[in-house]
Ligand binder design. Structure first.
Ligand code: AMP
Ligand code: MG
Length: 409
């Protein structure tokens, strides 16, 4: 069958099939909590203690029994001084305790009066200038984390705040999914590596290899171990050799370019020579051609060569796949509804992902050139509008916006 005539496949359908192939990798790794950012937690994190461990002061001031303070201006002797980290003695009746933020509340006290509402009266003690409410400025034991609570769940991707939360319950290391091993290579005889030829000496027809850079960075942001095979020439034998080698020790082989069915596109026959391949025409713009297959035990994914197509298909398909390999529970990015501050008068039969910027006005501005070769659109923009197939957009319409912050983390 002529592949180019194959019916276009809805993106969600392609994604569901990919995720069905993404069996979670076996093996976990224990990493320092310092190094756990962006890794996927491999087991529930249960707290063995409560946080904070005891009632403590939210302010610098004086701990008191609120019932003992009938009038503003009452003078109380100061019976103890409790800095953070100290142990408190029970509060003697009729007295106040000097207390500092984070210090434990002495037994018997039920309120803290902030020091701005007090006046030190030397030997005599302290004058309380404002009537306290019972419970004021006390941070309750366990108000952050209860003993036995699951503070982070298996499948969550660790964030900087999660590293802190894990530390707050005493975890110096965390058990996370192992890193997917990914072999990356670019195809295309026109490609030149930056640094190998200076811009003024580039031959006609030559272009610098840009995909290799963003793909490598995107993979590393997803905590993959990347083997970069560089540029593979547009020859069947060379492509087969690279694939065979890469398939031995990797979970995924990722390529860019050469995935169409032109004479110079060698990915399809090469993968088919070694394993299996499905070439999909996905109803998405930019992006259309995309290949999934297996070479030995390794998954294979072929991205289109056009830089923006490569970038967008990575974000929409490869990213969720790699997250799922690590056992991540959330693989799909959230979108938000925002007003379009542009017109998009021509509907496409494919679902489109337009490069836009979330402007100061609160609306979305469109990068003027949406060509799949114009990578500037993806640096100028800070996200994508997910525009359904067959839909036009008029200025003011509410559209689905996926910030790059959601997709690049
Ligand atoms: P292909 O998918 O190989 O037909 O390539 C489609 C277009 O993307 C062509 O214009 C290629 O020159 C370009 N292209 C392919 N690979 C890369 C790459 N790694 N970096 C920049 N452009 C590329
Ligand atoms: Mg090519």
């Amino acid at each position: 069958m002529n592949q180019q005539r194959a019916p276009l496949r809805p993106l969600d359908d392609a994604l569901a099939e990919l995720l069905a192939h993404a069996v979670v990798l076996e093996g976990t790794e224990t990493v320092s909590t310092f190094d756990a950012d962006a890794r996927v937690l491999a087991q529930d994190l249960v707290s063995a203690l409560q946080v904070p461990p005891q009632d403590n002061s939210a302010m610098d001031g004086y701990a008191v029994r609120s019932a003992e303070i009938a009038d503003e201006g009452v003078l109380l002797p100061v019976s103890q001084r409790i800095p953070a980290g100290a142990e408190a003695q029970p509060l003697s009746p009729g007295s106040a305790a000097r207390i500092f933020t984070g210090a434990p509340i002495p037994k018997g006290a039920d309120a803290v009066v902030m020091q701005e509402d007090c006046e030190a009266a030397g030997e005599q003690g302290v004058r309380i200038k404002r009537l306290p409410d019972s419970g004021q400025w006390i941070r309750r034991a366990g108000e952050d984390v209860r003993r036995g609570a699951v503070v982070l769940s298996k499948g969550e991707r660790i964030t900087p705040a999660a590293c802190g939360l894990a530390a707050s319950i005493g975890m110096e290391s965390l058990v996370v999914a192992r890193r997917p091993k990914v072999a990356l290579f670019s195809t295309g005889d026109e490609l030149v590596m930056p640094g190998s030829v200076p811009p003024e000496q580039m031959k006609p027809g030559a272009i610098y290899n840009s995909n290799r850079f963003f793909l490598s960075v995107l993979l590393r942001r997803l905590e993959c171990e990347v083997s970069d095979y560089g540029i593979v020439p547009d020859q069947r034998e060379a492509t087969i050799k690279a694939l065979a080698h890469a398939s031995q020790e990797h979970d995924l082989i990722l390529t860019s370019g050469g995935v169409s069915v032109g004479e110079e596109d060698h990915i399809k026959p090469a993968v088919e020579a070694l394993g299996t391949l499905d070439l999909w025409q996905i109803a998405v713009k930019p992006g259309k051609p995309f290949a999934y297959g297996k070479v030995g035990a390794a998954h294979f994914m072929g991205l289109p060569g056009n830089p923006v197509s490569s970038f967008v298909t990575f974000l929409l398909l490869v990213r969720p796949f790699l997250l799922r390999l690590q056992g991540a529970s959330r693989t799909v990015p959230h979108s938000m509804q925002l007003p379009a501050h542009f017109d998009w008068p021509r509907a496409d039969k494919r679902r489109e992902f337009l490069r836009v910027r979330h402007g100061k006005s609160g609306g979305l501005e469109l990068f003027p050139n949406q060509s799949s070769g114009v990578l500037t659109s993806a640096t100028w923009g800070d996200g994508l509008v997910d525009n359904p197939a067959g839909r036009t957009i008029a200025h003011g319409h509410s559209v689905a916006f996926i910030p790059f912050a959601e997709l690049l983390a």
